[in-house]
Design a protein. Sequence first.
Length: 259
Amino acid sequence: MNISFKNFPIGPYTEKMLAEQWSRVNLSRGVADGRCSIVELDGEKVLETTHQAGKVGPIDGGVSWRYKFTKPGDTYTAEYKVRVADDFNFVKGGKLPGMCGGSSPAGGASTKEADGFSARIMWREIGTLENYIYHMDRVERKNWGTDYLWQKSINTGEEIKDSEWNTLDKVDNNHIYLVPGKWHTIKTYIKLNTPGKSDGQTISWFDDEEVLNMNLRFRRDLSFSIDSFRFTTFFGGDDNSWAPSKNEMIYFKDFDFSI
């Protein structure tokens, strides 16, 4: 399935447009509040999302919805192009879209019951990128998803360690970054594991360069598969120290999903 915005008029992107274009969508946040618009950039129509000053999360500060795949599967690839505004301030970080299944855990939800997974993208300070994943072997004391840095080398899934959090605001030539004002292509492949085995796989590419390739356990039985794409774009984090000081814009185009 391919989704672009070239046939829409310039102006608000409404819930009616959303329902027509993403035919099986629910849990919409921010669209009815006017935080989505069709704008023209570099001569083409794209989706602009507004992130409210002083706000975190999708309900008050960003945009989200869950697009249910017509045909769920144990393997899926999702690809899209993203661009942050020229004057974008990354603050402490925020979420970008990714795939999910079952209960689609997020917001600190437990994965002890292993009734779902989520694998979104996240930006950190100065645009550092990672996979942000809720999976079976997540450390429960951490409360949140597991952060796996995108890297140019040794990209087999390095979890961000406690000692590394205060270094993410410093440029590292091995890390991957969003560059303000530039279109980037994000692509992720997920294969769910065979129950009882650790043969699940996550591979991510950034501008056609492989930046993560690792094995994970997503499930203990066959009660769910990869059934949805979670369009999420917001700052946070769970407190206002993650909030932007001004309205911030992120742009999207050229979504593609394949099983």
